[in-house]
Design a protein around this ligand. Structure first.
Ligand code: T4K
Length: 367
């Protein structure tokens, strides 16, 4: 096939070898136990505790439901300080749980919540801060948690992008009261669809179980009006397989990312994100800011598209500009987020992206 005929997607699901997955689901076939916290679910949950280095974890059918569930489990009411520079899920989860998102601006350098702008937004109705480790970049954890402590607020991280990231030697899920991880097909680590909540206090576990399994405590006992957020056995089996390969997945993504850096660093008008000190990154996305470049972000996007190279404007529009929110919220209050959203483009990144394709992508951008 001609190189030019090959479409390069923005990402591509990482999958185990077919036989490996077949072997893993063999027991499911034999037992006919397909869901409702079966053996694979238990096994995968234990493996995750270990891999993420967290005290507690609860699995879910997807990241979004996990995020809604943790907000519900804490019984939060009132306002939640959050970022508009994120996937719609973050804002939707807040709104769908009857809470009010209060949008705080982001830091230009890493696209995460600007801790210096949080305090001015705290009112007597604020109950929590919900920052996002955007692109796997850890938020300004110390500053955020200091503020939360001062004002007795919960900190719940949206860590959808941050699987495998560690900060100061700790798994990223160890910070705050709780964190939500997404295991969607497009993530560094996937269970097809899936997600998890990691948390400090073990007392949250039974409440999360209630939220995700109809509040069922026994065949004749239902103690809470929960929903259905259970991860099934096939998803857990995919997780078990993919967990075996996640380190090599991240290592290969690192090589691809470093090739991009080698090609694009130092070019006038192109800004790349620097990995912070004390961070082990997961190379989940490769965002590029076209800020004063000879071509605008949209021109680069279109030119790449003409060459069958699919990029995404993660995260444009900001969530406070989405059709469902723009009448209620104002993006003028988050000018840095607006600035970045208008200029950012995330380039293709996945483990088996060939380096010569990276060179071709960069060649198109440069010329
Ligand atoms: N919070 C944040 C900050 C998030 O980013 C997300 C999800 C969530 C919360 C919610 O977590 P989940 O409930 O999703 O677990 C994608 C994903 O659907 C979404 O999970 C993700 N964030 C978001 C950033 O990206 P799209 O609409 O951009 O994906 P889509 O379908 O266009 O796929 C992109 C590319 O990925 C395709 O062109 C090819 C590749 N792909 C896609 C699928 C579905 C595969 O290789 N295999 C696949 O199965 O939203």
């Amino acid at each position: 096939m001609d190189k030019m005929d090959k479409t390069i997607p923005v990402t591509r699901s990482s999958m185990p070898d077919f036989q490996e997955y077949m072997k893993e689901i063999r027991d499911i076939w034999d037992s006919k136990w397909l869901t409702n916290m079966g053996i694979k679910h238990q096994q995968f949950e234990n493996q995750l505790l270990d891999y993420l280095g967290v005290p507690n974890v609860t699995l879910f059918n997807n990241g979004h439901y996990a995020l809604e569930s943790v907000l519900e489990a804490y019984g939060l009411m009132g306002e939640v300080i959050t970022t508009p520079f994120t996937f719609s899920s973050t804002t939707h989860a807040i709104v769908r749980k009857g809470l009010k998102p209060v949008f705080c601006d982001i830091k230009f350098e890493d696209c995460t919540l600007d801790p210096d702008k949080i305090e001015a937004l705290i009112t007597d109705r604020t109950c929590a801060i919900l920052p996002v480790h955007v692109y796997g970049n850890p938020c300004h954890i110390e500053a955020i948690e200091k503020l939360a402590k001062k004002h007795s607020l919960r900190v719940i991280y949206d860590a959808a992008h941050a699987f495998g990231v560690s900060y100061k030697g700790n798994g990223i899920g160890c910070y705050g009261d709780a964190s939500m991880f997404s295991f969607h097909a497009t993530k560094v680590f996937n269970t097809i669809e899936g997600g998890a909540v990691t948390y400090k206090e073990s007392s949250l576990g039974p409440i999360l179980d209630n939220v995700k399994n109809f509040g069922i405590k026994g065949p004749e006992t239902v103690e809470y009006s929960g929903g259905n957020g259970k991860m099934n056995e096939f998803q857990a089996a995919m997780g078990i397989c993919n967990l075996r390969h996640v380190e090599s997945e991240i290592a290969r993504r690192k090589i691809v990312s470093e090739r991009y850096v080698a090609q694009l660093e130092g070019i006038e008008g192109i800004k790349l994100t620097k990995i912070k000190r004390d961070v082990n990154h997961n190379y989940s996305y490769f965002p590029v800011l076209f800020d004063g470049y000879k071509k605008s972000r949209d021109e680069v996007f279109e030119e790449l598209c003409r060459n069958a190279i699919m990029t995404r404007k993660y995260f444009y529009p900001l969530t406070n500009r989405l059709a469902c929110y723009k009448e209620t919220y104002r993006s003028e209050t988050t000018p840095v987020a607006t600035y970045v959203a208008d200029r950012v483009l995330t380039l293709p990144l996945y483990a088996d992206l060939e380096l010569e394709d990276v060179d071709r992508i960069c060649g198109i951008i440069k010329n």
